[in-house]
Design a protein. Structure first.
Length: 105
């Protein structure tokens, strides 16, 4: 989706501080961090919200969690939080699924 900021970042049309990328996901630093380490792990496939995931997205959703685990290991994080915000009422601001990784390290 051309109007989606995360799709623009994925397509290299917008800049972001990239910390991880593989064939299915990217991870960037949050521009409005809520912790000393605050990363957004984003699938390259555009899905607006958890509300819109389908059966065929199960593997992709697992890829987000495994990317978070790899990033945390690479950064030697002893503990961290993983958060999905769902819908405006749940705090979701951008309509493209993303997993927040927060740590105090």
């Amino acid at each position: 989706m051309s109007s989606c900021i995360f799709c623009q970042i994925i397509n290299k049309e917008q800049s972001a501080e990239l910390v991880y990328e593989d064939e299915k996901v990217i991870a960037i630093k949050d521009i409005n961090p809520k912790a000393p380490i605050h990363l957004l792990i984003i699938p390259k496939k555009h899905i607006p919200s958890i509300k819109e995931i389908e059966e065929q997205d199960k593997e992709l959703m697992g890829c987000l969690v495994f990317a978070a685990k790899k990033i945390a290991k690479d950064k030697n994080l002893p503990g961290y939080k993983l958060i999905f915000n769902v819908g405006r009422e749940g705090g979701q601001i951008i309509d493209h699924i993303h997993l927040h990784l927060l740590a105090n390290k």
